[in-house]
Design a protein around this ligand. Structure first.
Ligand code: GLA
Ligand code: ZN
Length: 666
């Protein structure tokens, strides 16, 4: 484990580099990320290149043993380029071209932009492939940030039509799959197919509501594929020159989630994944459980250690700021990342900038560049890691529970939300949280991957499930797995059309139930009772009729009082649970505890609200991270004696943690 900083040598006088490098070394900052917005320095005018500034910076920091993550600068096309080639702009959902002045204003399907990017990436990769400071590459910056995955320009329209022709072969086939007979939408050729801009149902609809749902889902898939293929072009160019690992910084961010990129697919060509973690800033304050969930997602995309490429390190915002991190929080956030599987945490940014959009964005250092309490805290982390590294290798939690995350389902849910208040992301979090509170690690998986290592697989609202994945889930259960399905699962086909089968469609046999009636909870709620105690549904109620399943809970009011809301069905050596409703936090917690006990999950520490407990292993040793997210001290009771690796003290019956305190126990 180690720490780094996002650094902009081009923002500072060269005389300052010395102080920065020395302060970094003192704080044990081992890696800096450089260059993601520097196109206008690399290529100040068309085909005129200047690498002197970067040569000098890399050589300079190399003298101090500081490693570099070098970025491709495609996140910010320069002014001369947008002036000369306005076709590189992307169009927003209303069809208006974006403008120069911020960033990410380019279209992933612009041939001009792809070509310009490729030429520059060739030059950078060739020049720096063997530089001794080079440690890794980052492609672009936050692909898809700020709703930029989905572009609505004519270039995209053309490529989309080609993508459709490839997928559907004939326009008749597309018409049939899209159900274009509805509302007179039958197309005569692929050239006629539209891209779903903001709708024409002016009064009733916001953005694309009202557009054909099959078309929307395909467009979302196409846009995700476009970003990934743009990224992969740069990956392929770098690989021609360099063997150093390649990443991109993702944004599953706890606060501004949802880039519209399928991150499982996006991860395939990357050597490792990384993400940007802002917890308390202008755009919101994230709960600790949400941040933990995001780390778990990142760990899951490649099932290997990941990086935090930008970790908040000061008060931040563009026009308004969030709170300054209370003393102890930077350390807590850093170990939270490590406990959940990160091996490198890079702080954004080294020092607050005097100019530009982010002049309020505080890094480790304030504008004055002097050591401060945040710098001291980070230096402490740097020292601690140095000593932890003497006995520990790369740590990963080994999860026995998994949640299926389906990007197809996520996009389909976002197109037609079922009922006011439904949010797939929030539902997944509701399933993650009880395990988080019990100190049990959870991975995220696709329905198609090998699930054998998991005792429990949760499939909340797995709306779209193809036949191969269905078979995979069946086999998982038959061999002894516990599959847990919720309402709105298995009822749509891959084209985003309704399945003409009894609910829950793909899961009728597996779950051993039929649902002939359901009650969306619009401006109402329904009480339930079961193995989870008493609870309340506020989103959805499937009125379950067991066929081979046994009830574990019932509704206790309305015309379906006494009908099952929760069932279990035996299948081979395993079991399939079906929950027809959502539940409040307490009932959900009780239910997941019930499930955990059925699967013999070890709950070996006493749980305290706001205290995150994570078991992680380097394959030789297991350590337990105990992290206090509370504003007050806590005393955690221990069932066995341990040694705290941070203080080197023996722990007998209890461990006491200060607010935001951390213990790492062996
Ligand atoms: C991001 C970006 C950075 C910087 C920070 C602050 O997530 O990747 O370039 O803009 O946030 O806004
Ligand atoms: Zn476009």
């Amino acid at each position: 484990m180690r720490i780094g900083a996002d650094y902009y040598p081009e923002h500072w006088e060269k005389e300052r580099w010395k102080i920065d490098a020395e302060m970094m070394v003192k704080a044990n900052i081992q890696v800096i990320r450089i260059g993601e917005f520097a196109w206008s320095l690399y290529e100040p005018t068309e085909d005129m290149y200047d690498f002197a500034w970067l040569d000098e910076a890399l050589d300079y920091f190399n003298q101090y043993g500081i490693k570099v993550v070098l970025c491709t600068p495609s996140a910010t096309p320069p002014k001369w380029m947008t002036d000369k080639y306005p076709d590189i702009f992307q169009d927003d959902i209303h069809g208006n071209a974006k403008v120069f002045g911020t960033r990410k204003h380019y279209c992933f399907n612009s041939d001009t932009y792809r070509q310009k990017t490729s030429v520059l990436v060739h030059k950078i990769a060739k020049r720096y492939a063997n530089h001794p400071a080079l440690e890794a590459w980052q492609i672009d910056n936050e692909l898809g940030w700020s709703n930029t995955t989905r572009c609505y320009c004519d270039k995209c329209k053309k490529k989309f039509q080609m993508w459709l022709a490839e997928k559907y072969k004939t326009i008749e086939n597309l018409n049939q799959k899209y159900g274009t007979v509805f509302w007179s939408q039958i197309y005569n050729s692929f050239e006629e197919v539209i891209i779903p801009k903001a709708g024409a149902c002016y009064d009733t609809c916001h953005d694309t509501q009202g557009q054909n749902p099959a078309l929307l889902l395909d467009y979302y898939r196409f846009c995700s594929d476009s970003v990934i293929s743009f990224m992969n072009e740069s990956v392929a160019v770098i690989k021609q020159y360099s063997e150093k690992p390649i990443t991109t910084n993702m944004l599953d961010a706890a606060v501004n989630s949802g880039t519209g990129i399928d991150y499982f697919k996006c991860s395939e060509k990357l050597d490792f994944v990384s993400w940007d973690n802002y917890i308390e800033f202008q755009w919101g304050i994230a709960e600790a459980a949400t941040v933990s969930r995001d780390h778990a997602l990142l760990r899951s995309y490649k099932k290997q250690p990941f990086w935090v490429m930008e970790q908040q390190s000061g008060a931040c915002g563009w026009s308004k700021m969030g709170p300054t991190p209370t003393p102890g929080k930077l350390r807590l956030w850093t170990y939270q990342a490590v406990a959940n599987g990160a091996d490198t945490v890079v702080y954004f940014r080294w020092r607050a900038c005097p100019f530009g959009t982010e002049e309020y964005w505080h890094g480790i250092l304030n504008h004055d560049g002097k050591p401060n309490r945040r710098y001291e805290e980070i230096a402490q982390i740097g020292q601690e890691m140095e000593s932890l590294n003497k006995t520990l290798g790369a740590l990963q939690p080994k999860a026995r529970v998994a949640i299926i995350k389906s990007f197809d389902s996520e996009w389909s849910h976002s197109i037609h939300k079922h009922v006011e208040g439904f949010q797939y992301d929030r539902l997944l979090l509701a399933y993650y949280k009880p395990f988080y509170e019990m100190g049990i690690a959870v991975d995220f998986v696709t329905a198609g991957e090998n699930l054998e290592s998991y005792d429990i697989v949760l499939a909340p609202a797995l709306l779209i499930l193809n036949d191969d994945d269905k078979k995979n889930l069946e086999q998982y259960v038959e061999k002894g797995g516990k599959l847990f399905i919720s309402f709105r699962s298995g009822i749509k086909d891959e084209y985003n059309n309704m399945r003409m089968e009894t609910v829950p469609g793909q899961f009728v046999d597996m779950a051993g139930i039929e649902v002939h009636d359901y009650d969306p909870q619009f401006e109402k709620h329904t009480e339930v009772s079961g193995v989870f105690g008493r609870g309340r549904a506020t989103l959805w109620c499937d009125i379950i009729e067991p066929v081979t399943a046994k009830p574990l809970g019932v509704y206790t009011e309305d015309f379906y009082s006494n009908s099952p809301c929760l069932t279990v069905n035996r299948l081979g050596k395993g079991e399939v649970y079906y929950l027809g409703c959502d539940l409040d936090d307490t009932a959900m917690k009780n239910l997941m505890k019930y499930l955990g006990e059925k699967a013999n999950l070890p709950i070996d520490l006493y749980e305290i609200s706001g205290v995150e407990i994570t078991h992680a292993t380097d394959d030789e040793k297991e350590v337990i991270f105990i992290m206090n997210h509370n504003t007050y001290p806590v005393v955690v009771a221990m069932k066995k004696p341990y040694r705290d690796l941070l203080t080197d003290l023996d722990i007998q019956d209890t461990v006491t943690l200060q607010p935001y305190g951390v213990a790492i126990l062996e």
